[in-house]
Design a protein around this ligand. Structure first.
Ligand code: PEP
Ligand code: MN
Length: 470
């Protein structure tokens, strides 16, 4: 790590330089903003935004720039992004154990993926800020205390509460402050884990062995771990080498969330004097969701002016020309690492829907990073009415994603997953500890979409490693 001297406080209160060209952190307000809550009290919202604007940034522009560089390498074929975490962080996600277990499973997956792909794995959590949800329907049926009710939809801890009462569902601007402090506390823990050393590579490897040992192990997964054993022993035996332990000190773990609630993102956007650019200090990377990616919409306007790496979800209805227009708007200087396209097509559609998009972007020369979200196109309703996803569909979409990129000569550059380090029962299937339809309610704990549990997540990383091996 380079020594750093602050000649002036880069984290001071925001100044507002004029950047010309009409963009400012609040210029999104002149564009239609989809999926914004109807805040009942706009004066209270303004006051919260003023308070947030005076609070310290959560991440630095230098950190985001480091992530941007790592994503840039991945976009050019020299890296693989593992972006993963809760669909929506809620009470349980903020406990130290939940954060620890999530980092642990992501590290375990990343060593398997790195070994399978032969590439450095960039680790980005959906964490420390992933607290706002777009909803297809503004109302949802819930089980109220005295029977079924239709209530305003839960929009994440940043907006309203999940309890089945009209009071809880009322958007409350104070929740933006709550989200800020929750993010700060999770980030503090993440920084502790990553600065002091979470685990050596040998330890991560031993955890993976434990998983494969405990499970009805696929012999191919055991073989992959055996190969890793050899490599680790070889590295440790080289003269002058410490036991191979790249995860021991100061490993990078970045944060990201959907930049949905724009007053919050605006309040955390600060002028970065050293980079002479606006930086959204709410997370290292932010993304635009499938429901808010309109070219002339407020979310695209906001993202266009910040210097962070940006993701955009790309669903099956995207047309090549619209995607090119988005690439141009969000990455006009064609800078690798700036733009990550997160495809979420569904297992049944990816093989038809993705190729024309990949070819168009490739032929137009945009150096984007393509990653696969195999979760959001594969949501189904289980027999008892809960949202779920089949492990096999998730694997099939990932397989289709890799096939399409191999055929186009482009790089299948990463995965975007909803997962937890806990043993929940939210997604169906998995061979090591299969979740059946009848078990979904055993530990169905998600605040929004169904997540892979620890063992399903690890199993997926072994399968992905195998698919990525050439
Ligand atoms: C999500 O990532 O939780 C989400 C809502 O995804 P999408 O915008 O792709 O539907
Ligand atoms: Mn989700």
């Amino acid at each position: 790590m380079t020594a750093f001297t602050f000649v002036s406080n880069p984290f001071g209160t925001p100044s507002t330089p004029t950047t010309g060209a009409g963009w400012s952190p609040g210029s999104w307000q002149e564009h239609p903003a989809a999926q914004q809550p109807e805040w009942p009290d706009t004066a209270a919202l303004d006051s919260v935004v003023d308070q947030l604007a005076l609070l310290p940034p959560l991440v630095s522009a230098a950190e985001s720039a480091r992530l941007r560089a790592a994503l840039g390498a991945a976009a050019l074929g020299d890296g693989f992004l593992l972006q993963a975490g809760d669909c929506a962080e809620s009470t349980g996600s903020f406990h130290a154990d939940a954060v620890y277990n999530k980092v642990k499973v992501i590290l375990q997956m990343s060593t398997v993926l790195a070994f399978g792909s032969g590439l450095p794995v960039v680790k980005v959590g959906r964490i420390a800020g992933q607290m706002a949800k777009p909803r297809s329907n503004p109302f949802e049926p819930v089980d109220g205390p005295s029977g079924p009710l239709l209530l305003p939809s839960y929009r994440g801890e940043m907006v309203n509460g999940s309890a089945p009462t009209p009071e809880a569902r009322r958007p409350d601007p104070d929740r933006l402050l709550y989200a800020y402090y929750r993010s700060a506390s999770s980030l503090n823990l993440l920084r502790m884990f990553t600065a002091d050393g979470f685990a050596t590579l040998d330890e991560v490897h031993a955890w993976n062995r434990e998983h494969v040992g405990a499970a009805a192990a696929d012999p191919r997964h055991v073989a992959l771990l055996d190969d890793m054993d050899h490599v680790l022993r070889y590295l440790a035996s080289r003269p002058g080498n410490q036991p191979a332990a790249p995860e021991q000190h100061g490993f990078d773990f970045f944060t990201s969330h959907e930049a949905l609630i724009l007053p919050y993102e605006q309040a955390l956007t600060r002028w970065d004097h050293s980079g002479s650019a606006w930086h959204d200090a709410s997370a290292h990377m932010v993304w635009i969701g499938e429901r808010t990616r309109q070219l002339d919409g407020a979310h695209v306007e906001f993202a266009a002016g910040i210097d962070n790496p940006i993701g955009v979800k790309v669903g099956p209805t995207m047309e090549p020309d619209d995607l090119l227009a988005l690439c141009h708007r969000l990455d006009p200087t064609r800078d690798p690492g700036r733009l990550t396209l997160i495809t979420r097509m569904g297992a049944g559609r990816i093989r038809e829907a993705l190729p024309p998009l990949v070819r168009a972007v490739r032929d137009a020369g945009y150096p984007v990073l393509w990653i696969c979200d195999p979760m959001h196109g594969n949501t189904i309703t289980g027999s008892r009415g809960v949202k779920t996803r089949r492990f096999d569909d998730i694997v099939d979409e990932l397989r289709g994603f890799i096939e399409v990129h191999r055929a186009a000569g482009t790089h299948p550059g990463g995965v975007h997953l909803e997962l937890t380090g806990e043993d929940v029962t939210e997604c169906l299937g998995g061979t090591t500890s299969e979740v059946l339809d009848g078990n979904l309610s055993d530990r169905y704990e998600t605040a929004c979409d169904p997540r892979l549990n620890r063992s399903q997540a690890l199993e997926l990383s072994f399968i992905a490693a195998e698919l990525l091996r050439r």
